[in-house]
Design a protein around this ligand. Sequence first.
Ligand code: 5GP
Ligand code: MN
Length: 343
Amino acid sequence: MKIDTTILQSIQNEIDKAKKIAVLGHHHPDGDSMGGSGAVYTFLKNMGKEVGLLMPSQFSPSLAWMPNVGEIIRYDLDKNAFEKSINEADLVFCVDYNEAGRTGAAEAVLKNSPATKIVLDHHPNSGSYGNYIICETSVSSASEVVYEVLSKLNNAEKYICKTVAENLFTGIMTDTICFSVNSSRPRTFEIAAKLLKFGLDKDKIYGNVNFNFSEQRMRLMGFILDSKMNILPEYNLAYAVLSLKDQEKYNYKHGDAEGLVNLPLSIKGVDASVLFIEKEDYVKLSLRSTNDFDVNKLARLHFNGGGHQRAAGGKLDDISGEAATALLLKVLPDFYADYKGQK
Ligand code: 5GP
Ligand code: MN
Protein backbone atom coordinates (compact mmCIF):
# COMPACT_ATOMS: atom_id res chain seq x y z
CA MET A 1 0.00 0.00 0.00
CA LYS A 2 1.42 3.34 -1.05
CA ILE A 3 1.06 6.22 1.33
CA ASP A 4 1.60 9.74 0.12
CA THR A 5 4.75 10.98 1.87
CA THR A 6 3.35 14.50 2.25
CA ILE A 7 0.32 13.16 4.12
CA LEU A 8 2.56 10.97 6.27
CA GLN A 9 4.75 13.95 7.12
CA SER A 10 1.66 16.02 7.95
CA ILE A 11 0.37 13.26 10.24
CA GLN A 12 3.76 13.16 11.97
CA ASN A 13 3.68 16.95 12.42
CA GLU A 14 0.11 16.89 13.72
CA ILE A 15 1.00 14.21 16.27
CA ASP A 16 4.17 16.02 17.33
CA LYS A 17 2.42 19.30 17.95
CA ALA A 18 -0.80 17.90 19.50
CA LYS A 19 -1.12 18.26 23.25
CA LYS A 20 -4.20 16.07 23.52
CA ILE A 21 -5.36 13.39 21.12
CA ALA A 22 -8.55 11.31 20.89
CA VAL A 23 -8.95 8.03 19.02
CA LEU A 24 -12.53 7.22 18.05
CA GLY A 25 -13.98 3.99 16.66
CA HIS A 26 -17.36 3.58 14.96
CA HIS A 27 -20.82 2.84 16.38
CA HIS A 28 -20.98 -0.72 17.75
CA PRO A 29 -17.28 -1.18 17.00
CA ASP A 30 -16.13 -4.49 15.59
CA GLY A 31 -12.75 -6.15 16.14
CA ASP A 32 -11.17 -4.04 13.42
CA SER A 33 -12.33 -0.71 14.75
CA MET A 34 -11.49 -1.72 18.32
CA GLY A 35 -8.11 -3.17 17.31
CA GLY A 36 -7.09 -0.35 14.98
CA SER A 37 -8.15 2.26 17.55
CA GLY A 38 -6.49 0.42 20.44
CA ALA A 39 -3.27 0.22 18.42
CA VAL A 40 -3.20 3.96 17.60
CA TYR A 41 -4.05 4.74 21.24
CA THR A 42 -1.30 2.52 22.67
CA PHE A 43 1.28 3.75 20.14
CA LEU A 44 0.57 7.38 21.04
CA LYS A 45 0.63 6.61 24.76
CA ASN A 46 4.02 4.94 24.25
CA MET A 47 5.11 8.22 22.66
CA GLY A 48 4.17 9.96 25.89
CA LYS A 49 1.09 11.66 24.46
CA GLU A 50 -2.09 12.38 26.40
CA VAL A 51 -4.65 10.24 24.60
CA GLY A 52 -8.28 9.19 25.02
CA LEU A 53 -9.69 5.96 23.59
CA LEU A 54 -13.31 6.57 22.66
CA MET A 55 -16.18 4.43 21.35
CA PRO A 56 -19.70 5.64 20.57
CA SER A 57 -21.45 2.54 21.88
CA GLN A 58 -21.37 -1.05 23.01
CA PHE A 59 -19.06 -3.65 21.47
CA SER A 60 -19.59 -7.39 21.30
CA PRO A 61 -18.81 -9.38 24.47
CA SER A 62 -16.47 -11.44 22.25
CA LEU A 63 -14.15 -8.39 22.35
CA ALA A 64 -14.37 -7.77 26.09
CA TRP A 65 -10.92 -9.34 26.60
CA MET A 66 -9.15 -6.87 24.30
CA PRO A 67 -6.09 -5.14 25.77
CA ASN A 68 -7.38 -1.58 26.15
CA VAL A 69 -11.03 -2.24 26.95
CA GLY A 70 -10.66 -0.90 30.51
CA GLU A 71 -9.50 2.47 29.18
CA ILE A 72 -12.38 3.06 26.74
CA ILE A 73 -14.65 6.05 27.28
CA ARG A 74 -18.08 5.25 25.84
CA TYR A 75 -20.47 7.92 24.63
CA ASP A 76 -23.55 5.92 25.63
CA LEU A 77 -22.22 5.44 29.17
CA ASP A 78 -20.45 8.72 29.94
CA LYS A 79 -21.36 11.55 27.58
CA ASN A 80 -19.54 14.18 29.66
CA ALA A 81 -16.19 12.39 29.70
CA PHE A 82 -16.56 11.57 26.00
CA GLU A 83 -17.37 15.16 25.04
CA LYS A 84 -14.55 16.51 27.22
CA SER A 85 -12.04 14.22 25.56
CA ILE A 86 -13.15 15.13 22.03
CA ASN A 87 -13.56 18.84 22.73
CA GLU A 88 -10.15 19.20 24.36
CA ALA A 89 -8.35 17.21 21.69
CA ASP A 90 -6.18 18.95 19.09
CA LEU A 91 -6.22 15.83 17.00
CA VAL A 92 -8.79 13.04 16.50
CA PHE A 93 -8.07 9.72 14.81
CA CYS A 94 -11.12 8.13 13.16
CA VAL A 95 -10.51 4.43 12.66
CA ASP A 96 -12.45 2.10 10.33
CA TYR A 97 -14.93 4.60 8.85
CA ASN A 98 -14.89 7.59 6.56
CA GLU A 99 -18.30 9.13 7.24
CA ALA A 100 -18.98 10.97 10.50
CA GLY A 101 -22.43 9.34 10.53
CA ARG A 102 -20.82 5.99 11.30
CA THR A 103 -20.25 7.22 14.85
CA GLY A 104 -24.02 7.08 15.46
CA ALA A 105 -25.20 9.19 18.37
CA ALA A 106 -21.70 10.70 18.75
CA GLU A 107 -21.80 12.23 15.26
CA ALA A 108 -22.62 15.77 16.38
CA VAL A 109 -19.86 15.76 19.01
CA LEU A 110 -17.33 14.65 16.42
CA LYS A 111 -18.53 17.14 13.83
CA ASN A 112 -18.52 20.05 16.28
CA SER A 113 -15.01 19.38 17.50
CA PRO A 114 -12.46 21.87 16.19
CA ALA A 115 -9.72 19.21 16.18
CA THR A 116 -7.83 18.12 13.08
CA LYS A 117 -9.25 14.76 11.96
CA ILE A 118 -7.14 11.90 10.63
CA VAL A 119 -9.14 9.13 8.97
CA LEU A 120 -7.58 5.65 8.72
CA ASP A 121 -9.91 3.32 6.86
CA HIS A 122 -10.50 0.72 4.16
CA HIS A 123 -14.13 1.25 3.19
CA PRO A 124 -15.25 2.20 -0.31
CA ASN A 125 -17.29 5.33 -1.02
CA SER A 126 -14.65 7.33 0.74
CA GLY A 127 -16.20 10.66 1.53
CA SER A 128 -14.37 13.87 2.14
CA TYR A 129 -14.61 13.57 5.90
CA GLY A 130 -11.38 14.35 7.69
CA ASN A 131 -8.43 16.68 7.17
CA TYR A 132 -6.11 13.80 6.32
CA ILE A 133 -7.65 10.68 4.82
CA ILE A 134 -5.80 7.44 4.32
CA CYS A 135 -8.40 5.05 2.98
CA GLU A 136 -7.25 2.02 1.01
CA THR A 137 -9.98 -0.38 -0.07
CA SER A 138 -7.64 -3.08 -1.40
CA VAL A 139 -6.30 -4.02 2.03
CA SER A 140 -7.76 -6.46 4.53
CA SER A 141 -8.75 -4.07 7.25
CA ALA A 142 -8.39 -0.66 8.82
CA SER A 143 -5.92 -2.32 11.18
CA GLU A 144 -3.69 -3.06 8.20
CA VAL A 145 -3.86 0.63 7.21
CA VAL A 146 -3.03 1.55 10.81
CA TYR A 147 0.01 -0.72 10.71
CA GLU A 148 1.23 0.81 7.45
CA VAL A 149 0.92 4.30 8.89
CA LEU A 150 2.27 3.68 12.40
CA SER A 151 5.24 1.68 11.17
CA LYS A 152 6.37 4.62 9.04
CA LEU A 153 6.27 7.22 11.80
CA ASN A 154 9.47 8.35 13.52
CA ASN A 155 10.89 5.83 16.00
CA ALA A 156 8.05 3.40 15.24
CA GLU A 157 10.16 0.46 16.43
CA LYS A 158 10.17 2.01 19.91
CA TYR A 159 6.42 2.51 20.07
CA ILE A 160 5.01 -0.62 18.42
CA CYS A 161 4.81 -2.99 21.38
CA LYS A 162 3.08 -6.31 22.05
CA THR A 163 -0.18 -4.55 22.94
CA VAL A 164 -0.16 -2.65 19.64
CA ALA A 165 0.52 -5.97 17.89
CA GLU A 166 -2.32 -7.77 19.70
CA ASN A 167 -4.74 -5.02 18.76
CA LEU A 168 -3.73 -5.03 15.11
CA PHE A 169 -3.64 -8.81 14.80
CA THR A 170 -7.16 -9.00 16.26
CA GLY A 171 -8.36 -6.37 13.78
CA ILE A 172 -6.88 -8.15 10.78
CA MET A 173 -8.00 -11.58 11.97
CA THR A 174 -11.59 -10.56 12.63
CA ASP A 175 -12.10 -8.47 9.48
CA THR A 176 -10.78 -11.30 7.30
CA ILE A 177 -12.88 -13.87 9.19
CA CYS A 178 -9.69 -15.60 10.28
CA PHE A 179 -7.88 -15.00 7.00
CA SER A 180 -10.64 -16.51 4.86
CA VAL A 181 -11.71 -13.33 3.00
CA ASN A 182 -10.01 -10.07 1.91
CA SER A 183 -6.65 -11.62 2.63
CA SER A 184 -5.16 -12.76 -0.66
CA ARG A 185 -2.43 -10.14 -0.74
CA PRO A 186 0.94 -11.42 0.50
CA ARG A 187 1.39 -8.13 2.38
CA THR A 188 -1.44 -8.99 4.79
CA PHE A 189 0.44 -12.12 5.82
CA GLU A 190 3.75 -10.24 5.96
CA ILE A 191 2.19 -7.83 8.43
CA ALA A 192 0.62 -10.70 10.38
CA ALA A 193 4.06 -12.32 10.57
CA LYS A 194 5.65 -9.10 11.82
CA LEU A 195 2.96 -8.84 14.49
CA LEU A 196 3.45 -12.47 15.58
CA LYS A 197 7.09 -11.65 16.28
CA PHE A 198 5.98 -9.53 19.23
CA GLY A 199 5.18 -12.77 21.00
CA LEU A 200 1.42 -12.56 20.91
CA ASP A 201 -0.55 -15.73 21.51
CA LYS A 202 -2.42 -16.25 18.23
CA ASP A 203 -4.37 -19.28 19.41
CA LYS A 204 -5.46 -17.44 22.52
CA ILE A 205 -6.69 -14.49 20.47
CA TYR A 206 -8.54 -16.88 18.14
CA GLY A 207 -10.15 -18.60 21.12
CA ASN A 208 -11.00 -15.32 22.84
CA VAL A 209 -12.86 -14.14 19.76
CA ASN A 210 -14.48 -17.39 18.69
CA PHE A 211 -14.93 -19.62 21.75
CA ASN A 212 -16.46 -17.16 24.12
CA PHE A 213 -20.16 -17.25 23.33
CA SER A 214 -23.05 -18.47 25.44
CA GLU A 215 -24.92 -21.74 25.06
CA GLN A 216 -28.08 -19.76 24.35
CA ARG A 217 -26.41 -18.05 21.40
CA MET A 218 -25.52 -21.43 19.87
CA ARG A 219 -29.10 -22.63 20.31
CA LEU A 220 -30.40 -19.42 18.79
CA MET A 221 -28.18 -19.99 15.75
CA GLY A 222 -29.51 -23.52 15.38
CA PHE A 223 -33.07 -22.25 15.61
CA ILE A 224 -32.55 -19.49 13.04
CA LEU A 225 -30.87 -21.85 10.56
CA ASP A 226 -33.49 -24.52 11.01
CA SER A 227 -36.67 -22.50 11.26
CA LYS A 228 -36.08 -18.96 10.03
CA MET A 229 -33.68 -19.14 7.10
CA ASN A 230 -35.30 -18.65 3.70
CA ILE A 231 -33.49 -19.47 0.51
CA LEU A 232 -34.34 -17.82 -2.79
CA PRO A 233 -32.47 -19.92 -5.36
CA GLU A 234 -33.70 -17.64 -8.17
CA TYR A 235 -31.74 -14.76 -6.59
CA ASN A 236 -28.84 -16.79 -5.15
CA LEU A 237 -29.80 -15.28 -1.82
CA ALA A 238 -30.70 -16.42 1.68
CA TYR A 239 -32.32 -14.28 4.36
CA ALA A 240 -33.61 -14.60 7.89
CA VAL A 241 -35.35 -12.40 10.41
CA LEU A 242 -34.31 -12.47 14.03
CA SER A 243 -37.49 -11.15 15.64
CA LEU A 244 -37.83 -9.54 19.05
CA LYS A 245 -39.77 -12.64 20.09
CA ASP A 246 -36.88 -14.92 19.08
CA GLN A 247 -34.48 -12.69 20.98
CA GLU A 248 -36.58 -12.87 24.11
CA LYS A 249 -36.90 -16.64 23.88
CA TYR A 250 -33.13 -17.09 23.59
CA ASN A 251 -32.15 -14.38 26.07
CA TYR A 252 -30.43 -12.47 23.27
CA LYS A 253 -27.44 -10.28 24.16
CA HIS A 254 -25.67 -7.74 21.98
CA GLY A 255 -23.18 -9.65 19.81
CA ASP A 256 -25.10 -12.95 19.82
CA ALA A 257 -25.94 -12.58 16.11
CA GLU A 258 -22.29 -12.17 15.19
CA GLY A 259 -21.20 -14.59 12.47
CA LEU A 260 -24.73 -15.85 11.91
CA VAL A 261 -25.17 -13.96 8.62
CA ASN A 262 -22.12 -15.72 7.15
CA LEU A 263 -23.41 -19.25 7.62
CA PRO A 264 -25.84 -19.46 4.65
CA LEU A 265 -22.96 -18.59 2.29
CA SER A 266 -21.66 -22.12 2.77
CA ILE A 267 -24.71 -23.41 0.86
CA LYS A 268 -24.00 -24.14 -2.79
CA GLY A 269 -25.70 -21.54 -4.97
CA VAL A 270 -26.10 -18.94 -2.21
CA ASP A 271 -24.10 -15.83 -3.15
CA ALA A 272 -25.65 -13.42 -0.70
CA SER A 273 -27.07 -13.56 2.79
CA VAL A 274 -29.16 -10.98 4.61
CA LEU A 275 -29.96 -11.04 8.30
CA PHE A 276 -32.64 -8.72 9.66
CA ILE A 277 -32.44 -8.07 13.38
CA GLU A 278 -35.51 -6.45 14.91
CA LYS A 279 -34.84 -3.71 17.46
CA GLU A 280 -37.43 -1.73 19.46
CA ASP A 281 -37.86 1.00 16.83
CA TYR A 282 -35.81 -0.11 13.87
CA VAL A 283 -34.49 -3.11 12.00
CA LYS A 284 -30.76 -3.62 11.59
CA LEU A 285 -29.50 -5.45 8.53
CA SER A 286 -26.31 -7.41 8.08
CA LEU A 287 -25.41 -8.39 4.54
CA ARG A 288 -22.68 -10.71 3.30
CA SER A 289 -21.81 -12.09 -0.12
CA THR A 290 -19.40 -14.02 -2.26
CA ASN A 291 -18.60 -13.56 -5.93
CA ASP A 292 -19.64 -10.19 -7.42
CA PHE A 293 -22.88 -9.76 -5.52
CA ASP A 294 -22.40 -6.20 -4.27
CA VAL A 295 -24.12 -5.94 -0.90
CA ASN A 296 -22.57 -2.51 -0.31
CA LYS A 297 -24.59 -1.30 -3.30
CA LEU A 298 -27.73 -3.07 -2.10
CA ALA A 299 -27.35 -1.55 1.39
CA ARG A 300 -26.66 1.94 0.01
CA LEU A 301 -29.47 1.90 -2.52
CA HIS A 302 -32.22 0.46 -0.37
CA PHE A 303 -31.30 0.09 3.30
CA ASN A 304 -29.69 3.36 4.46
CA GLY A 305 -26.37 1.67 4.88
CA GLY A 306 -23.15 0.66 3.24
CA GLY A 307 -19.90 -1.14 3.94
CA HIS A 308 -17.87 -3.31 1.58
CA GLN A 309 -18.84 -5.22 -1.54
CA ARG A 310 -18.96 -8.45 0.44
CA ALA A 311 -19.89 -7.19 3.91
CA ALA A 312 -22.31 -4.41 4.56
CA GLY A 313 -24.94 -3.22 7.01
CA GLY A 314 -28.01 -1.06 7.03
CA LYS A 315 -30.89 0.25 9.10
CA LEU A 316 -34.62 0.76 8.55
CA ASP A 317 -36.43 2.95 11.05
CA ASP A 318 -39.89 2.31 12.46
CA ILE A 319 -40.49 -0.91 10.63
CA SER A 320 -41.06 -4.57 11.50
CA GLY A 321 -38.82 -7.42 10.37
CA GLU A 322 -41.63 -8.60 8.14
CA ALA A 323 -41.97 -5.22 6.41
CA ALA A 324 -38.18 -5.03 6.00
CA THR A 325 -38.26 -8.46 4.36
CA ALA A 326 -41.03 -7.31 2.04
CA LEU A 327 -38.84 -4.40 0.96
CA LEU A 328 -35.97 -6.78 0.16
CA LEU A 329 -38.28 -8.97 -1.90
CA LYS A 330 -39.53 -5.90 -3.76
CA VAL A 331 -36.10 -4.55 -4.72
CA LEU A 332 -34.43 -7.90 -5.42
CA PRO A 333 -35.64 -8.60 -8.99
CA ASP A 334 -34.15 -5.40 -10.42
CA PHE A 335 -31.05 -5.57 -8.28
CA TYR A 336 -30.43 -9.19 -9.22
CA ALA A 337 -30.94 -8.46 -12.91
CA ASP A 338 -28.17 -5.87 -12.60
CA TYR A 339 -25.93 -8.35 -10.79
CA LYS A 340 -26.39 -10.86 -13.55
CA GLY A 341 -25.70 -8.14 -16.10
CA GLN A 342 -29.13 -8.29 -17.66
CA LYS A 343 -29.80 -4.57 -17.35
P1 5GP B 1 -22.13 -5.68 10.23
O1 5GP B 1 -23.04 -6.53 9.42
O2 5GP B 1 -21.05 -6.49 10.86
O3 5GP B 1 -22.86 -4.78 11.17
O4 5GP B 1 -21.41 -4.68 9.22
C1 5GP B 1 -20.68 -5.15 8.12
C2 5GP B 1 -19.94 -4.04 7.45
O5 5GP B 1 -20.82 -3.02 7.02
C3 5GP B 1 -18.90 -3.34 8.29
O6 5GP B 1 -17.80 -3.07 7.46
C4 5GP B 1 -19.55 -2.07 8.73
O7 5GP B 1 -18.58 -1.09 8.90
C5 5GP B 1 -20.51 -1.77 7.60
N1 5GP B 1 -21.77 -1.21 8.06
C6 5GP B 1 -22.64 -1.75 8.95
N2 5GP B 1 -23.70 -0.96 9.14
C7 5GP B 1 -23.52 0.12 8.35
C8 5GP B 1 -24.28 1.31 8.11
O8 5GP B 1 -25.36 1.53 8.65
N3 5GP B 1 -23.73 2.22 7.23
C9 5GP B 1 -22.54 2.00 6.61
N4 5GP B 1 -22.08 2.93 5.74
N5 5GP B 1 -21.81 0.90 6.80
C10 5GP B 1 -22.28 -0.03 7.65
MN1 MN C 1 -12.91 -2.89 9.03
